[in-house]
Design a protein around this ligand. Structure first.
Ligand code: ACO
Length: 434
């Protein structure tokens, strides 16, 4: 019997089946041959929320949740955060290799020259209500780009795909900044091509009447590091949405809008905004033990804690803590940080959190840091969407070029009625009264 196989005995029939095991997985389709009778559909697996199902083979991002490891294309996240810029990492994620100096220069030039938005897109954004959530503005505007670039539907043309990818990477900060200027009622600021990716974003957010915006280099670099940390995270909820929507061959703007919509939820990218609300609710360091007690009684969740994959300290949270120190040198420490540190200290010693392997995730400190940098909490998820766009697009491209992928279409376990007899409308009330 070959070693890399799995033998299953179906106790319903007494029959045995041998299935190949590859990369620690069996193919779900191999289970179909396990039947009780020729007309039987065959065995399926039931896996709500994909707890133990690999939906693709990928070479982009590697996570070992038990050991707290995150690598992009084989490079540890802390090494990339220390030595690279966000756009360098974006190149790595997309093309699989780190760029040489001339490749990086061309890549940065290309992205920089795709930061402008069509004036009709600007007008479209002006139509949103004054108090619209910036994440909802972003999702809708990204989808609306599909109307500006109808050529984007040529998804099987690699050159065309690359053009749309550059457009999306270039335009995300512009859309994000305009969504912010919209809610605060400031005029939109056009991109400045002399600036780096994050400096330009800061320029579009915060420039007022000064002729040239000058970004604080510590804040700009910290933001760049945060962008690196958020660039990809293998098959998370929003990436799965990107792949699922993209698998129907919709264009990349519409698929990216769907991914961003998935990111907006409080259990995913919306968590850092929730962390801030939670810290506000706690109010002071002294109230932390009472708050933890409430969580342990099942009254809510400790936001920014826990992760589906990491059952160890999230490696991104470690780097964020380090970057936060740099930012607080510039901005000064605030009470929220004190509360967060106390929450972490107590939670990491408490059996409730220890036994469930609940550690701080990327969102626990990012929100506090963003707020110290001057961002409003409503902007936090938007700040996540900007860098994650390259992750979504790299995964989308990998999906499209994978010969094994098809339109994503899960199966279901039917738990409803068998065929029922139709009841005419005039007889239904009488039937219900019986
Ligand atoms: N606070 C308190 N208890 C928690 C928390 C938390 N943050 N997270 C999980 N638990 C508990 C659950 O109540 C459950 O306990 P039980 O076994 O006694 O019922 C156990 O830990 C397992 O929790 P699940 O919900 O089954 O874990 P799952 O993997 O489905 O959820 C998730 C992961 C959604 C991230 C969860 O930990 C959570 O809600 N965290 C808070 C929200 C958050 O920070 N989200 C950001 C995730 S990172 C990202 O998207 C970038």
């Amino acid at each position: 019997m070959p070693q890399d196989t799995l033998t299953i005995t179906d106790n319903r029939t007494g029959q045995s089946y041998t299935l190949p095991v590859e990369n620690g997985t069996i193919r779900a389709m191999d289970l179909r041959k396990i039947k009780t009778a020729p007309e039987d559909f065959g065995l399926m697996t039931y896996d709500p929320a994909f707890m133990n199902t690999a939906s693709c083979r990928s070479a982009i991002t590697y996570i070992d949740g038990d050991r707290g490891i995150l690598r992009y294309r084989g490079y540890p996240i802390d090494v990339l955060a220390q030595h690279c810029t966000y756009l360098e990492v974006a190149y790595l994620l997309l093309f699989g290799e780190l760029p040489n100096p001339s490749q990086l220069k061309n890549w940065v030039d290309d992205i920089t020259h795709h930061t402008m938005l069509h004036e009709t897109t600007k007008k479209f954004m002006e139509g949103f209500r004054y108090n619209a959530h910036p994440m909802a503005i972003l999702v809708s505007t990204v989808a609306a780009l599909s109307t500006v670039y109808p050529d984007a539907k040529n998804i099987h043309d690699p050159e065309n795909r690359l053009l749309q990818i550059k457009r999306l990477i270039g335009k995300m900060p512009s859309i994000a900044a305009m969504s912010y200027r919209h809610i605060v009622g400031f005029p939109y600021i056009y991109p400045d091509n002399d600036l780096t990716y994050t400096e330009n974003f800061m320029n579009m957010l915060w420039k007022m009447v000064e002729p040239k915006y000058v970004a604080n280099p510590v804040i700009a670099r910290a933001l760049d590091i945060l962008f690196i940390l958020h660039a990809d995270h293998e098959q998370n909820c929003s990436t799965n949405a990107m792949r699922a929507v993209g698998s129907s061959h919709s264009d990349p703007y519409l698929a990216t809008a769907a991914a961003a919509a998935a990111l907006s939820g409080p259990l995913h990218g919306g968590a850092n905004e929730e962390v801030l609300h939670m810290l506000d609710e706690i109010g002071s360091k002294d109230h932390v033990p009472a708050y933890i007690k409430k969580i342990k009684e099942g009254k809510g969740r400790l936001m920014g804690f826990g992760h589906r994959v990491y059952k160890n300290y999230d490696p991104r949270a470690k780097i964020i803590k380090w970057a936060a120190d740099q930012v607080f040198e510039v901005t000064g420490r605030n009470t929220k940080l004190e509360i967060a540190l106390e929450l972490e200290r107590i939670a990491l010693e408490d059996d409730y959190f220890v036994s469930r392997k609940l550690y701080p995730n990327v969102d626990f400190y990012s929100g506090i840091m963003y707020q110290a940098m001057g961002f409003k909490p409503e902007m936090f998820t938007v700040l996540f969407a900007i860098p994650r766009t390259i992750g979504w697009l790299a995964q989308w491209q990998e999906m499209l070029t994978d010969p094994e992928q098809k339109i994503a279409r899960p199966r279901q376990v039917w738990i409803g009625h068998e065929t029922r007899e139709f009841v005419a409308i005039e007889k239904r009330a009488a039937l219900a009264a019986k």
